[in-house]
Design a protein around this ligand. Structure first.
Ligand SMILES: Cc1cc2nc3c(=O)[nH]c(=O)nc-3n(C[C@H](O)[C@H](O)[C@H](O)COP(=O)(O)OP(=O)(O)OC[C@H]3O[C@@H](n4cnc5c(N)ncnc54)[C@H](O)[C@@H]3O)c2cc1C
Length: 462
């Protein structure tokens, strides 16, 4: 994709459209918006704008569309597939100033938010009402970025991903038109579902300026358990049995011994350095959870677990969960001077043990540092592959492992990306995953954005 640098006249005109201080062509701002958390090469935008409201976004898009200037939305830049990197330069619209919670309707389990709200901050506020927004991608991510990537996380196995939590959206289209779609009802059969065209479209069809989100009730009681296994393959087999047993875990995560060693080193939690499955249960009473825990233990022991630590209380479990959420950053700290490629495949549960075994074999035969971190209940496997930044041979090996993992996932009916999105890195698998469906996606893109100004260079193969 050629780099398109915009005319200085456009820079002046854009500057005049927004209040002072909400526009920058300064190097440090351009650098901060040139890369996300992935290994994809950085690319600077020409200008960064921090819009304050939907009308401003609309005016900027009208101008950009008329002059064919690329526009890329920006939440907090925590993506792992190059999703917000402005590969064609142009304008980055950073939504961090549009960060207000507009209305909370606790009795309807709904909240109206601007796109720049960070989900951890939202959940902090919602706690007082006994509510939460379940998709928890871990990093400090914004609602706009979560919707655009259809992000999910550790609680998705029970609560679903971002797409399950959007009731209404206000979107600014490429031509500046402001469109509201969806209702506040908890169900509707009315018309073609535009909301779900925008969710997961990575800012290529329109920019989200407001969203009504569905919320869930905070669980009354929580209990956690850690099941330890001799090898990852046996642990993976247990996942299927736990899911089939009807226990409805709220989280079901598998970590390999390398991950556990990192957590122990940083947090001193003293976990057994072996494949561990973390299970979280939610319930309405302690006695109900105690009973469920007994069934869980039985299922885990029948599935070959060597140790089972039940009944971890809120505080201990909270510490463990914090460590789990920060694991990605701990791995980065563990390998200074190295880059990390995160594989993100998801497969049907029946194929999950096979994919986990493939991941293990790939790591063993390559002799690389690597970590298996898995949202196991969803068959979603991350393989974090580590290589020195200046070692092209190591990176060739890493790329080929990633490629083989994706092809294997597709072969068994899975997806190239369980939660991180297509961005730049997964474009090459779109045809294999979607077949003729990709042509229809391209037509939808053309309909919404005929001049190809919105986040160009993403999702669609060149
Ligand atoms: C350590 C770590 C752990 C992670 N774990 C997970 C995980 O468990 N699950 C998961 O799903 N992800 C995970 N991620 C990836 C990432 O955090 C999520 O994809 C997150 O949703 C990105 O949000 P963001 O605000 O950073 O968006 P950005 O990265 O800034 O942008 C994401 C995409 O959204 C677009 N966009 C931004 N704002 C808007 C808007 N208002 N309208 C339209 N498009 C917009 C951008 O153009 C881009 O295409 C992890 C990342 C890190 C670094």
């Amino acid at each position: 994709m050629p780099t398109l640098r915009i005319d200085p006249l456009h820079i002046e005109n854009l500057k005049a459209m927004v209040p002072t201080g909400h526009f920058s062509t300064g190097s440090s701002h351009l650098d901060l918006h040139a890369k996300d958390q992935s290994q994809h090469p950085p690319c600077r935008p020409d200008v960064v704008i921090w819009p304050m409201d939907r009308e401003e976004v609309s005016r900027i898009l009208q101008y950009a569309n008329a002059h064919r200037i690329p526009v890329t939305g920006w939440g907090s830049g925590s993506s792992l597939e190059g999703n917000p990197i402005p590969v064609c330069s142009g304008i980055v619209l950073d939504f961090s100033q549009m960060n207000r919670v507009l209305a909370l309707r606790a009795e309807d389990f709904q909240v109206d938010v601007q796109p720049g709200v960070v989900y951890q901050d939202l959940n902090q506020q919602l706690r007082h009402e006994g509510l939460f927004f379940p998709p928890d991608p871990g990093a400090r991510a914004t609602i706009g970025g979560i919707i655009a990537n259809n992000a999910s996380g550790t609680k998705t196995v029970r609560y679903g991903s971002a797409k399950d939590y959007v009731r209404r959206l206000t979107v600014v289209l490429a031509n500046g038109e402001i469109v509201e779609t969806g209702t506040r009802a908890s169900k509707s059969s009315s018309g073609i579902d535009l909301i779900h065209l925008f969710v997961g479209s990575e800012g290529t069809l329109g920019l989200v300026v407001e969203a009504t989100l569905r919320l869930a009730a905070l669980p009354v009681e929580i209990a956690g358990a850690i099941a330890t296994f001799a090898d990852v393959e046996t642990a993976a087999g247990a996942v299927f049995r736990i899911m089939r047993s009807g226990l409805e875990p709220a989280a079901l995560e598998l970590l390999d011994p390398a991950c556990i060693a990192v957590i122990n080193r940083e947090r001193g939690l003293g976990l057994s350095v072996a494949p561990n499955v973390f299970v979280e249960l939610h319930g309405t009473s302690r006695s109900h959870l105690d009973e469920t825990m007994l069934v869980l233990e039985e299922v885990c022991r029948e599935s070959g677990c060597s140790d089972f630590r039940p009944g971890l209380g809120r505080q201990q479990w909270g510490e463990l969960w914090k460590a789990r959420h920060e694991l990605g950053e701990m791995i980065v700290r563990r390998h200074p001077g190295c880059g990390i490629l995160v594989v993100d495949v998801a497969v049907p549960l029946t194929a999950y043990p096979q994919l986990i075994a493939t991941a293990r074999q790939e790591l063993d035969s390559a002799g690389l540092d690597g970590y298996i971190i898995s949202h196991a209940g969803n068959g979603n496997i991350h393989l974090n592959l580590v290589g020195p930044r200046d070692d092209p041979q190591a990176w060739e090996t890493i790329e080929s492992i990633s490629n083989r993992m994706v092809l294997k996932a597709l072969e068994v009916g899975g997806t190239a990306t369980g939660e991180h999105g297509v961005g730049i890195g997964k474009k090459k698998y779109m045809a294999a995953e979607h077949g003729r469906g990709l042509q229809w996606m391209k037509q939808i893109k053309h309909l919404f954005d005929p001049n190809q100004i919105l986040n160009p260079g993403k999702i669609f193969p060149d």
